[in-house]
Design a binder for this molecule. Structure first.
Ligand code: ATR
Length: 269
């Protein structure tokens, strides 16, 4: 029988996840379908229960429901617990198992696809919302020497850093950034609004990878700014593909090859 999966969000029609998972399924010979699911704001739980009743096996979760998914899950993986957010649900005999593959996706894209070693790296993380929180642990596990969290609202950065309780994770003001970093990750939602995060140019050098977790057809203001100060830039397409591959592996026990996805998605952008 064909197994059913989906991605739940609001809005959701723009999501490329169905294209990615259909390609993964074809490549690995897995018998599954994957579709968009628009859940009403405030109606996430009921929507998920409806999908479970209909026999759906699992779901990816995107904006604005990742915190709802973490709350609704009856079990959480360690990385979902650390992130406080869930992007991958598996429905197993009435249980709702929550996982988070975003951080693993980011690290895989930086290390494997961009070829940037995180071992000993000094990382500047812009933003302290759910997206930022989800990537701290995987970056540390990849061997980063330190993660400095800069956020518009300092108190949110301080609270996030306190929650990690790890000497390698510290907070600062944007204005206090006064050194070059190996990797600068934009985990704010500023790019969504076409806005530039006020990070000082000194953060970027010829050896810096400036990574915007957002993916759009055109380079984001952050990428344009970082490139103008000499950094190598990368958007979030690779993270999108790698988090999907990790979710596919969680559900199916098979890891797809992500390389063919890049040209496919750039064409459909
Ligand atoms: P997400 O789940 O995408 O992380 P979020 O939890 O709403 O969404 O967090 C959004 C992040 O983007 C926050 O760090 C926010 O900064 P504040 O905590 O100060 O609100 C940041 N952000 C959004 N718009 C921004 C902008 N124009 N400039 C700088 N930071 C911005």
């Amino acid at each position: 029988m064909t197994d059913r999966y989906c991605v739940i969000g609001n809005p959701i029609a723009h999501s490329k996840s169905p294209i990615i998972h259909a390609a993964f399924a074809a490549q690995t010979g897995q018998d599954l379908t994957y579709q968009h699911e628009l859940a009403p704001l405030g109606g996430f739980d009921a929507h998920v229960h409806g999908l479970m009743a209909a026999g759906v096996r699992g779901a990816n979760v995107t904006v604005p429901f990742k915190l709802d998914a973490a709350r609704l899950a009856t079990r959480l993986s360690a990385r979902a617990q650390a992130a406080g957010a869930v992007n991958t649900l598996s429905f197993q005999d009435g249980d709702i198992v929550g996982d988070n593959t975003d951080g693993a996706g980011l690290v895989a894209d930086i290390v494997r696809n961009a070829g940037v070693d995180l071992l000993g790296a000094r990382v500047l993380l812009l933003g302290a919302g759910g997206a930022a929180r989800g990537v701290v642990l995987p970056i540390l596990e990849a061997g980063a020497a330190g993660v400095v969290v800069a956020n518009r609202t300092r108190a949110t950065a301080d609270a996030m850093v306190a929650a990690f309780a790890d000497a390698r994770v510290t907070a600062c003001e944007y204005a206090d950034v006064d050194a070059v970093f190996d990797v600068v990750v934009n985990a704010t939602s500023a790019s969504l609004a076409g806005e530039l995060v006020p990070v000082p140019p000194v953060a970027f050098g010829a050896g810096t990878l400036a990574y915007d977790m957002m993916y759009a057809a055109a380079p984001t203001p952050f990428m344009v700014f970082a490139a103008s100060h000499g950094a190598q830039v990368r958007d979030g397409l690779g993270m999108l593909v790698e988090q999907a591959a990790e979710a596919f592996a969680v559900w199916r026990g098979v890891r797809p090859d992500t390389a063919p996805m890049f040209s496919l998605l750039r064409q459909s952008a």
